[in-house]
Design a protein around this ligand. Sequence first.
Ligand SMILES: Cc1cc2nc3c(=O)[nH]c(=O)nc-3n(C[C@H](O)[C@H](O)[C@H](O)COP(=O)(O)O)c2cc1C
Length: 142
Amino acid sequence: MSKLAIVYWSGTGNTEMMANLVAEGAKKSGADVTLYSPDEFSQTIIQDYDKIAFGCPSMGSEELEDTEFEPMFSAVESLLKDKTIGLFGSYDWGDGEWMRTWQETCKSDGAVLIDNGVISQDAPDEEASEACRQLGAKLAAA
Ligand SMILES: Cc1cc2nc3c(=O)[nH]c(=O)nc-3n(C[C@H](O)[C@H](O)[C@H](O)COP(=O)(O)O)c2cc1C
């Protein structure tokens, strides 16, 4: 069975809704899915996975959340080479710049990115919800 980790941070619940939709899509496509908060995920656990979905909203000024998510992500970045990665997250007033930067970071780490990161202005509407489910399904099938 295809094994997928979904690692996310969410302050007000929007990215959490996205994480649950990614999980729904992946499970429907037969994946064995485990959701992790940043403090649960580590350099040890990442070695159990070839496929990971990371979720983080745009925080700071078009940045990853810097107290919990970014330190975890920095710690595992050197282990992302050749892993299949999907990114998702919520934003509000920006234009998705944090996601473009994040994708470039993952590419330079040698990760294989599934599509463009899925972004949702605030809570996911039906279109963003479907994009999250699709991301899960594609990761399950990758
Ligand atoms: C401290 C802080 C900084 C933020 N910075 C940005 C930003 O730079 N660009 C943006 O589009 N939204 C920004 N936002 C809005 C959040 O990304 C948005 O509310 C998002 O839906 C939060 O997702 P969550 O519910 O998963 O925490 C910021 C929100 C907070 C609280």
